[in-house]
Design a protein around this ligand. Structure first.
Ligand code: NAD
Length: 461
């Protein structure tokens, strides 16, 4: 995918290779004494590009973690950050572990030990390398990591900025948990704002009533499906999980399925929809929008030609293999690429990092002042109306809404929405503007690589 994009660019000799390769990958093997014996774990932290620092990227807990995967995901982070204009280089980490095999106390010990290994080499550091959650990790792990960093760097006033995706009481930010799913929603909204794009996918109208299938009802998939259903009128007809899929043409209740999943550890037995054990087959069902939000490589050469969705938004990282991407592009399927589609997480992570460095919650200084100014205007309108006997009435609810100053959550959503719109518009301009670009992924790579190259050029490299 990278190669296809750089072939269309005019980069100075050698720069293409410099941008493509991963700068460094650190492999660590460490032992933790658990259940009466020492267990050895293998972890990675890969730094793809340091054209901007700190570098940023999640830490994944999964059995499939390996060096190739971590490096590929680190590269994707470089381009993702460039595309959504967060001032970071790209990095990624992973620990080869099945987190479901350990209890909370054991996971804490393993996480703290892994963090210790990375912190002592500055592979976790507010100004050099700032991890975040990814598959298999969440707020809980980030809280352990920030605490471990603070213990090892007792005088670092910016310690909280060493990792993002933390719980609110450990320096997190409102709206981070929902951010990636929220970003998927904003991405789709922007796609549907331009009738030319909608038409390219053979669709029409708005998100309202569109039939959606989502794979993976974890952090990203759940929030994306929930918001699309509750706020945009989309109909979630299919949900694919590890133990099979639910399908209901009239629409599934995302919250109810999610509650079931959390309680029972799977979707099997959910009473209000048909269940099929062969979940992956549901990827091939008719729908308007397919949202793979679980793992990579799920759409591949084996099933690509049977995928019927005209529009796929890659909420997960790398759900479509390069071969499948070719097949789908030839079929005319429109793909909103991962580099853009799931960038909501890193965008809000950026806001969190800025919040940690500024040591103040967003909105704390302005909120009441904004409310006071709005109150002035309302008072004046009401005075004018009554002095002149005009009998003006503000519509119900207006006053309350207008008077309320923005809190942190609203500001975060606004910043995320703005970021997702602007990044999409940059891709759209290339997609529509260049004859040699016929897909959004290539457009995304062109925008991102150009920005990384500009940054290297500015440094005189
Ligand atoms: P998660 O662990 O919260 O959720 C993953 C979900 O997928 C789980 O519900 C799991 O049961 C399900 N799943 C696992 N194997 C499956 C299979 N074979 N078929 C169907 N479902 C399966 O992870 P997440 O944080 O939601 O991440 C999902 C994807 O999004 C990953 O590719 C991740 O790299 C990407 N991503 C996440 C974030 C973030 O902020 N969390 C940001 C950017 C990208």
């Amino acid at each position: 995918m990278f190669n296809r994009a750089v072939a269309l660019m005019d980069l100075p000799p050698g720069l293409e290779e410099k941008i493509r390769v991963c700068n460094a990958t650190y492999t660590v093997r460490f032992g933790v004494r658990l259940r009466g014996q020492i267990h050895t774990f293998t972890g990675y932290r890969s730094v793809h590009s340091e054209h901007m620092e700190p570098v940023k990227g999640g830490i994944r807990y999964a059995m499939g973690v390996n060096q190739d995967e971590v490096e590929a995901l680190a590269a994707l982070m470089t381009y993702k950050c460039a595309l959504v204009e967060t001032p970071f280089g790209g990095s990624k980490g992973g620990l080869r572990i099945d987190p479901r095999e350990y209890d909370e106390h054991e996971l804490e010990r393993i996480t703290r030990r892994f963090a210790y290994e990375l912190i002592k080499r500055d592979l976790i550091n507010p100004s050099q390398n700032v991890p975040a959650p990814d598959m298999g990790t969440g707020e809980r792990e980030m809280a352990w990591i920030v605490d471990q960093y603070a213990r090892m760097n007792t005088t670092d006033i910016n310690a909280r900025a060493c990792v993002t995706g933390k719980p609110l009481n450990s320096g997190g930010i409102a709206g981070r948990v929902e951010a990636t799913g929220r970003g998927v929603q904003y991405a789709l909204r922007e796609f549907f704002r331009d009738p030319r794009d909608v038409e390219k996918a053979g669709l029409s109208g708005s998100l309202d009533g569109k039939r959606v299938i989502v794979q993976g009802l974890g952090n990203v998939g759940y929030h994306a499906a929930k918001f699309l259903q509750e706020e945009d009128g989309a109909v979630i007809v299919g949900i694919i999980e590890r133990d099979g899929a639910l399908y209901d043409e009239s629409g599934l209740d995302v919250n109810a399925v999610h509650d079931w999943l959390v309680k029972h550890g799977g979707v099997t037995g959910y009473p209000d929809a048909g269940h099929t054990a062969e979940g992956a087959v549901v990827l091939e069902q008719e729908c308007d929008i397919l949202i793979p939000a679980a793992l990579e490589g799920v759409i591949n050469l084996q099933n690509a030609d049977r995928i019927k969705a005209p529009l796929i938004i890659e909420a997960a990282n790398g759900p479509i293999t390069a071969g499948a991407d070719d097949v789908l592009r030839k079929k005319g399927t429109i793909i909103i690429p991962d580099m853009y589609a799931n960038a909501g997480g890193v965008t809000v992570s950026y806001f969190e990092w800025v919040k940690n460095l500024s040591h103040i919650r967003f909105g704390r200084m302005q909120r009441r002042q904004e409310e006071t100014r709005h109150q002035l205007l309302i008072d004046e309108l009401e005075r004018l109306s009554s002095d002149r006997g005009l009998g003006w009435q503000l519509s119900p609810g207006f006053k309350e809404k207008y008077l309320r100053g923005a809190d942190e959550l609203e500001l975060v959503r606004s910043g995320l929405d703005d970021t997702m719109r602007i990044a999409y518009q940059a891709m759209r301009e290339v997609w529509h503007g260049r004859d040699d670009v016929d897909d959004l992924r290539t457009a995304a790579y062109l925008v991102a690589i150009e920005r990384v190259a500009a940054s290297y050029r500015a440094k005189g490299l």
